[in-house]
Design a protein. Structure first.
Lengths: 153, 422
């Protein structure tokens, strides 16, 4: 992830480099020290670095964005799994297999959704205030659904 | 069941919201795509999360065991749709297991699983196992449900009994039949003496050799076999410990072995726990009394107390006359000494087995610490001398030495020393 982001644009390197390196270092630290509460932060830092690089690079759409998105998600999930494995618990093979299958399904689902988002954006659907309002409403709705489900559980 | 939500899920919601907002503000679809996996995880995980219905039972193959024996614990678990269940049986320090504990397993709907845990009893004690802790999680670990299920299982681990070749013989016997040859004369098997015939003596008791030699009737006298009363007097005021072993541990082991052997001889054995918490068992005989004593010993603990104690607080029946009082004490608390000397003054046949605290005390590295250590040992020597002056045999028993050794020392002491009457 870091190499991909740093290799894409030399103009953005002074801004994205420190952030990306900080994210990678944080990932190393959380893996070594086993801090589960730090798991989302490397993904967040790498995501910010990617966003900065996108802004500096210009308006051209990055077709690899779904892969970057899934990579960031896997970065967090695999780090969390790695920390879980350190607990002195004898884990049966069926449990490991079930988690791997679930993670794989989540990754493929995420890839599909992210690709759909990028694909829909490139479709000629027009623009204007109405579309912006619909987009903003959709974003708010997604977050609201997530929060509601999380609270209900 | 208590539900826990991983902070990772909250963070994913925040990341999704931030990504969507940034995408909207900057007008970049890549940022929306970046937020999509986190939004998907945040939506899918709560939607699929279901608290599992678990039933669990804990059973032991027996509720009593001896030290170093193995007891099998079985945990039966039934769940409906638990993809990741961690079962953990918390073990007290007295028990160890070679099996894997905790254990994570996956259960299909309605499936029943059993977990076998062989538990090795490392040390005596009255233990309570369970309830086991069960923690169920969803597949990705966003949600967890935790509970203690399955009930408790009591387990009594009895101390192993040391083989004692010889026991201390009490100076006086009681009136009931036992295995101890009495000093008095009466009906019995052991020959005691001869005396001149008196009206009422039975013909079969006539010693014909003595009669022929003396020209008049002489009869044999026998010593009857009687039982004795033994009171095990445990000093539980304080304890010296090092590395998991201590003086109370040794006292309990010694008391168990002594009670076992004396009760085998048909003697009556009582128990007095003299410390912060006072308890006693009146002398009785039989296997039932052995279990009562050992059960009482398992509950024994050091209770800190500043209350002054003397033997007056004990009921008279716990210390019957002519009883042999075997005191097991580390001689650390100043309240024990006067109580024991008081017992001696009341005419009890008293023996003090000093459970030595010396192996459990580090001398220290500094000069002052070394000096205080030597002074402490000298003061203990002076205390022993006080007991000996009162005619009380005091023997030091150190960890690792068989209990036969101090008992033989007491027998030797008694062979050459006459009891002093205080």
């Amino acid at each position: 992830m870091l190499a991909y982001e740093l290799g894409r644009s030399s103009r953005a390197l002074p801004a994205t480099g420190p952030l990306g390196v900080a994210g990678a270092l944080l990932l190393v630290v959380l893996l070594v020290r086993a801090h589960p509460e730090l798991v989302p932060w490397p993904s967040a830092l790498l995501g910010i670095a990617y966003a900065i690089e996108l802004v500096i690079r210009g308006p051209r759409v990055d077709d690899a964005a779904p892969l970057v998105a899934v990579g960031l998600l896997l970065c967090g999930e695999l780090a969390a799994w790695s920390i879980d494995e350190r607990l002195p618990v004898a884990v049966e093979w069926s449990v490991t297999r079930a988690r791997a299958v679930a993670l794989g399904a989540l990754a493929f689902g995420s890839l599909a959704v992210a690709a759909l988002v990028v694909g829909l954006a490139s479709a000629p659907a027009g623009s204007g205030l109405a579309w912006t309002v619909v987009g903003a409403g959709s974003a708010v709705a997604v977050v609201a659904i997530a929060v509601t489900l999380a609270r209900r559980s | 069941m208590t539900q826990h939500v991983s902070p990772r899920l909250t963070a994913y919601v925040a990341l999704a919201a931030a990504g969507l907002l940034a995408g909207l503000v900057l007008g970049r679809v890549e940022l929306v795509a970046l937020a999509a996996p986190f939004a998907l995880a945040a939506v899918v995980a709560p939607a699929l999360a279901r608290a599992p219905r678990l039933r669990m039972a804990l059973e032991l193959d027996r509720d009593r065991a001896l030290e170093s024996e193995t007891v099998d614990a079985t945990i039966s678990l039934t769940a409906e749709g638990a993809e990741h269940v961690v079962v953990y049986l918390e073990l007290p320090a007295e028990l160890t297991t070679s099996a894997r504990n905790p254990r994570a397993l996956a259960l299909a709907a309605g499936e029943e699983r059993t977990i076998e845990l062989p538990l090795r009893c490392e040390r005596w004690g009255a233990l309570v196992l369970g309830p086991p802790i069960v923690r169920a999680r969803d597949r990705l670990g966003f949600y967890a449900w935790e509970a203690r299920l399955g009930g408790r299982a009591p387990l009594r681990v009895y101390p192993s009994v040391e083989t004692l070749h010889a026991l201390l013989v009490p100076l006086e016997t009681q009136v009931f039949v036992g295995n101890q040859v009495s000093r008095t004369k009466g009906d019995g098997i052991e020959f005691a003496d001869i005396r001149a015939w008196a009206p009422g003596d039975r013909t079969r008791r006539i010693n014909w050799r003595a009669t022929a030699r003396r020209g008049e009737l002489w009869v044999n006298e026998q010593s009857p076999e009687r039982n004795t009363d033994v009171v095990l007097f445990l000093d539980t005021f304080t304890d010296a410990q090092l590395g998991g072993r201590g003086t109370l541990d040794l006292s309990v082991r010694a008391a168990t072995s002594l009670a076992h052997r004396y009760l085998q001889r048909k003697d009556r054995v009582g128990l007095v726990s003299f410390g912060g918490f006072l308890s006693w068992l009146e002398p009785e005989s039989g296997t039932r009394q052995l279990y009562r004593i050992v059960d009482s010993l398992l509950q024994m603990d050091i209770v800190l107390s500043y209350a002054a104690r003397n033997v007056n607080v004990l009921p008279p029946r716990s210390l019957p006359p002519k009883a042999l009082v075997l005191a097991l004490t580390p001689l650390l608390d100043p309240r024990t000494g006067p109580a024991l000397l008081d017992l001696r003054a009341r005419g009890f046949d008293l023996v003090v087995v000093e459970v030595s605290p010396v192996p459990f005390v580090e001398p220290g590295a500094g000069e002052l610490e070394q000096l205080s250590y030597r002074l402490w040992r000298l003061s203990r020597e002076a205390l022993r001398a006080r007991y000996r002056q009162a005619g009380v045999p005091v023997v030091e028993w150190t960890d690792g030495v068989p209990l036969n050794v101090p008992l033989e020392e007491v027998s030797t002491f008694r062979r050459y020393a006459r009891p002093a009457h205080a």
